[in-house]
Structures are given as structure tokens and as C-alpha cells.
Design a protein around this ligand. Structure first.
Ligand SMILES: *Cc1c(COP(=O)(O)O)cnc(C)c1O
Length: 390
């Protein structure tokens, strides 16, 4: 790795890139390969590949124990898990969601002919603003989906209060918040249910996968039926279900990755600390904070490029990409600006000023086991030199 001292050293100015191999955001966290191979071999021995196999059952039990929740229903991915949760809760009409989230939060509703009504976020936390949620309630509203963005938690109590007052179902998209807590209790225990994604890029992965956690026995039972075509036993279909089953090889990955999560958190936390030190004092650059009195997975290192920064957000990203640091915009330009929603709800943006501002400011930087202190020093030096402009 080269040492960066002035803007002559930047790749955008013709120097060779700082990193020879690309540093990605969301590079998968992978536990013991040896353990995985052993579990894979067991699967071949059993010839039980899918349909609620022993590894899926074991993973569900271990996750439920880890979260301190009664039920974990494993699903083939987070999007189908959201769809099943929404269907099992019998949501219809309109459901309030943030626009500042991954597109699947909105798609899971629209796909089932339910209108996603986009509410604005708190610009400090990037989570749903309860006052904005209240403003979007109509007689057609049946639910609220809060998103625990970046592994920080949505305003759970405030949203629950609104849900109780208007008799709405509250659930959470917890795709970012596996192994995170709220007031000392693990995420997975709040609302009617909470939905996780175990996609390869998420903090905890099963290649592709997801789960719904809930303390509601009847809801869990409904979701178990729905993920398996509605089969209640041989030759007996009781729901118009779907195929949301997790496969055994995915569960094997989950079991070995579950053993590794504390180590990943430690590395992510250390990386976050290094970023905090190295970014300190850069004009207009703010590192998003985590509530460190709670459990956090530190999977996302999020910075905001404010008006006080002499260089704009896109120029910083372009400069980092030239150095092989594949930093990313996230949730830009917001779900409401993506074609299907822009066409359907052209005026949604009028009530989303904070979403629009935040989506224009955010950069997510690489972290995880492939990134170390020296890398972070170099990444932050690139930004510092670019900003200094000399
Ligand atoms: C990843 C993600 C999803 C979708 O999960 P998949 O497992 O990729 O289907 C939904 N919501 C949010 C906030 C996500 O980040």
C-alpha cells in the first residue's frame, strides 16, 4: 500500500490506486470452513436437503435461544420473510414505511397489492420519525413497518404507542439488526414480529436466508404453514401459502456463522473506532453514532457529507473508487424515487424532506474482517487529502 501525502498521490490525479484489490462494502462474514464442510458432508449422508431438515430446526432453536424469543421461523430470504409476515398479519390497504430503506421493505407490500405509504425519517438517527408516521395515518392504514437501520433501533416505544392508539399492526424490518439490542432485550422481541435477512452481505448470513422472530404462538404457526405452501400435513393444504423454505446447506452456513459472530462484532467495533479516530476533525464529515450502551453489530460504517465539506459526496465516492475503495451510496435516492414508486406515487417526496437530504449525504465505508487499521488509515487519508485539496 502506498503512503498518501498530497493530492499528487491520488489515483484521480493519475497515481496508481492505493489498493491493488478492491475493498467491498458488505463482504461476507464467514465462520469455520472446516465445520461447514463437515455439516455439508452430513447433509449428503442424510440426503435430507430441504423441507424443515434437522439443521434448519437446529438453527431456528439456536437463534431463538440467542434472541431470547419464543419462535424463530427460518425463511429462504429476507424479502419472502417480510412478505410472509405481512400476509400472516393480514395487512391490507395502506402500510406506513420509511422511504429511506432497502427497496425490499416497500416491494414486500406492493407485491401483495398493499400501498406502501412513505413516512419521513429523523435526520439524526435515519429511523422513522414518529410524528411523521402519525401524519400519514388514514382510515385505510393497517400497519407500520419500522426499520432498524444500520443496526440502530427504530423508536420502538413511540411507534408501539401509535400502533396501540390507532389499532395498527407494528412489525419491524430488522434486516440490519441481528445481534443488536434495545433496552437490554435482543431485537426479535418487539412489535408483532421482527424480520431478519441473512443475505450474504448482512452481518450474519446463510448465503441467502432470513427469519421471522416472534413471541406470538399463533402467528408463528401461521407463518410456518405459509412458508410450506400451506401444508398442515400430508395431502392437507389449509392456506394459500408460498415456498419460503430455508434449505439445509443454508442452515449449515448459519450454524457455523453463528459460532463466529462475537469475533466479527469485535473486529467491526475496532474498525469503527479506527474510523472515528481517523475521521475526527474533517470538515463537514460526520460519522453516524451507535448507542454503545446496547449490543450493536457495527456492520455499517456510515458517514454523512454535510454542507461544511468543501467536496461533495459523489466526488468523494468517485475518488475512493479510483483507489479501489468501493464505498457506496445507500438507499439513494430513496424508495419513493425508484421508478415503480415514482410512477405510482409521484407526490410522495413532498412529505419526505429529511429522507431526500439524508439520501444525498450518506456514504457507507468498507469494514469487516478484510479491513484492518492500516487500511482505514489509508482510506481516511484519501478523504482528508481530497478535502484539503493540495
Ligand atoms: C437486505 C434487506 C432486505 C431484504 O433481504 P433479502 O434477504 O436480501 O431478501 C430487506 N430490508 C432491508 C432493510 C435489507 O437491508
Amino acid at each position: 500500500m502506498k503512503t498518501l501525502t498530497s493530492s499528487k498521490d491520488l489515483a484521480i490525479n493519475g497515481a496508481p490506486p492505493c489498493f491493488t484489490a478492491p475493498l467491498h462494502v458488505g463482504r461476507p462474514n464467514i465462520g469455520s470452513r472446516e465445520d461447514f464442510m463437515k455439516l455439508a458432508s452430513d447433509i449428503f449422508e442424510r440426503r435430507w436437503l430441504s423441507n424443515n431438515g434437522p439443521l434448519v430446526q437446529e438453527l431456528e432453536k439456536r437463534i431463538a435461544d440467542f434472541l431470547g424469543v419464543k419462535h424463530c421461523v427460518a425463511i429462504c430470504n429476507g424479502t419472502v420473510a417480510l412478505e410472509i409476515a405481512i400476509r400472516a398479519l393480514e395487512l391490507e390497504g395502506e402500510v406506513i414505511v420509511p422511504s429511506y430503506t432497502f427497496i425490499a421493505t416497500a416491494h414486500a407490500l406492493q407485491w401483495q397489492a398493499i400501498t406502501p405509504v412513505f413516512a419521513d425519517i429523523d435526520p439524526k438517527t435515519h429511523a422513522l420519525d414518529p410524528a411523521a408516521v402519525r401524519r400519514m395515518i388514514t382510515p385505510k392504514t393497517t400497519g407500520i413497518i419500522g426499520v432498524h437501520l444500520w443496526g440502530n433501533t427504530a423508536p420502538i416505544e413511540e411507534l408501539q404507542e401509535i400502533a396501540d392508539e390507532f389499532r395498527l399492526n407494528l412489525l419491524f424490518d430488522a434486516a440490519h439488526a441481528f445481534a443488536c439490542s434495545h433496552r437490554g432485550q435482543m431485537i426479535g422481541n418487539f412489535g408483532r414480529c421482527e424480520v431478519f435477512s441473512f443475505h450474504a452481505t448482512k452481518f450474519f448470513n446463510t448465503f441467502e436466508g432470513g427469519a421471522v422472530a416472534t413471541n406470538d404462538d399463533a402467528l408463528a404457526e401461521t407463518m410456518r404453514l405459509m412458508r410450506n405452501f400451506g401444508f398442515a400435513g400430508f395431502d392437507n393444504v389449509v392456506y394459500s401459502g408460498t415456498n419460503g423454505k430455508m434449505i439445509e446447506i443454508a442452515a449449515a452456513m448459519g450454524l457455523v456463522n453463528l459460532d463466529a459472530i462475537e469475533g466479527v462484532i469485535e473486529i467491526n467495533r475496532r474498525n469503527y473506532e479506527h474510523y472515528r479516530q481517523e475521521l475526527a476533525g474533517l470538515p463537514g464529515i460526520t460519522l453516524l453514532g451507535f448507542d454503545e450502551s446496547e449490543r450493536r453489530n457495527f456492520q455499517y460504517v456510515v458517514i454523512e457529507v454535510g454542507t461544511g465539506c468543501p467536496v461533495n459526496r459523489d466526488r468523494i465516492i468517485e475518488t475512493l473508487h479510483a483507489e479501489n475503495v468501493l464505498a457506496r451510496k445507500y438507499f439513494w435516492p430513496g424508495c419513493h424515487q425508484m421508478k415503480p414508486y415514482r410512477d405510482l406515487y409521484p407526490d410522495a417526496g413532498l412529505s419526505l424532506p429529511n429522507t431526500i437530504t439524508v439520501a444525498d449525504k450518506v456514504i457507507v465505508l468498507p469494514t469487516g474482517t478484510a479491513v484492518d487499521e492500516q487500511d482505514i488509515i489509508a482510506i481516511c487519508a484519501i478523504i482528508r487529502i481530497l478535502i484539503a485539496g493540495q
